[in-house]
Design a protein around this ligand. Structure first.
Ligand code: NAD
Length: 320
């Protein structure tokens, strides 16, 4: 069995690698070549969440599980709140093949998913990027979005405004003007909005969002989290990584529970990538990607990390 520890990941997997791996995975899901197993996610108390995301990609010959979760007390200890590890297995024999550090990979694959949605669904002329959130993932989201579209400016809002300057530093690094704004100003200015918070209630309201906006709602990945008003999903065309997760643990859970949208009206982004469904159809429609984070994304980037580690001779080989 190979071990690829967290410390090696940054030197092995680029954001471009993550984009390509996740895009191929979403398309494989749409072609039924790959599927995710049901998610297990448990509340441990004091806001801690722990669980397992797993799946099988027959086309890529990848099977495995990501074990991990969200531990809000970590930041005070100088660690990031998200902690995870990926385990890969041989789909034929079930033998373990690799254990891979999952923290940076999670950020890369999550940012890749929203970047894929922006690439496929945002208006061609999109110029202003809005970000709701300023935690660990937000910087990765900003970098990934800036890689695929030429934005002129970033506007941002966060529930904890003191966290925004750090996001501003990343925008400055990318050469993008950055402005901390109200939610009203954000919605009025932004062509693309990424939401990436652990909020338990909607921040961004339907009235804040202009026609033609693309939203990538990335923070809601468990029951009870919520970033946007359900009416916004009713007004938008809704896309997702996986419909089953979108309606149960994703942003759509609230609009579904309220009877505002139906599962059959939610389009997997993989179907757009595979040419099986239409993406944006006009400059005025609102598109909303409900990025819930699927196990197959984790397995795809972990598998890429193992391949690179082997090629570079840095994977740690442990006899089992
Ligand atoms: P973080 O702890 O570093 O940051 C949390 C963010 O949420 C900050 O912007 C904070 O201000 C905001 N926030 C906290 N409490 C809030 C409240 N009551 N109301 C509004 N905003 C609040 O977390 P992170 O690692 O940046 O992750 C952000 C979210 O993204 C989490 O919910 C995490 O579970 C989720 N996530 C999703 C995926 C996916 O694939 N969809 C992947 C990784 C993380």
């Amino acid at each position: 069995m190979l071990i690829v520890p967290e410390a090696l990941i940054a030197g092995l997997v680029t954001p471009e690698d993550a984009f390509a791996a996740v895009e191929a995975t979403f398309a494989a899901m749409a072609r039924n070549d790959a599927y995710n197993f049901p998610v297990i996610r448990e509340a441990l108390g004091e806001g801690r969440q722990y669980g397992f995301k797993s799946g099988l990609d027959r086309a890529g010959n990848i099977m495995g599980v990501k074990a991990g979760g969200y531990f809000p007390g970590n930041a005070a200890r100088g660690m990031i709140n998200h902690q995870s590890s990926v385990f890969l297995f041989d789909p034929e024999t079930g033998l373990p093949t690799a254990m891979v550090g999952g923290n940076l990979l999670t950020a890369l694959r999550t940012a890749a998913a929203s970047a894929i949605s922006i690439d496929r669904l945002a208006r061609k002329g999109a110029k202003v990027l809005g970000i709701v959130g300023a935690g660990h993932q937000a910087g990765f989201q900003l970098r990934a979005a800036a890689r695929i579209r030429k934005f002129d400016k970033v506007v941002a809002w966060n529930y904890h405004p003191d966290m925004l300057p750090k996001l501003g530093e990343i925008a400055a690094e990318l050469g993008l003007p950055f402005e901390a704004v109200s939610l009203e100003q954000l919605g009025a200015a932004a062509d693309v909005i990424i939401t990436i918070t652990s909020s338990p209630a909607a921040s961004l309201l339907d009235k804040h969002v202009r026609p033609g906006t693309h939203l990538a709602c990335m923070g809601t990945d468990t029951i009870g989290k919520q970033e946007v008003e359900p009416a916004l999903l009713a007004r938008a065309r809704v896309f997702t990584d996986e419909v089953a997760q979108s309606v149960s643990i994703g942003e759509a859970q609230h609009a579904i529970a309220g009877g505002l949208i139906k599962a059959e009206n939610i389009t997997p982004i993989g179907a757009v990538i595979a040419g099986l469904a239409k993406g944006r159809q006009s400059d005025t429609e609102i598109t909303l990607f409900d990025g819930t984070g699927v196990g197959l994304q984790d397995l795809a980037v972990a598998s890429a990390a193992v391949e690179r580690a082997v090629a570079q001779g840095v994977a740690i080989d442990v006899k089992v």
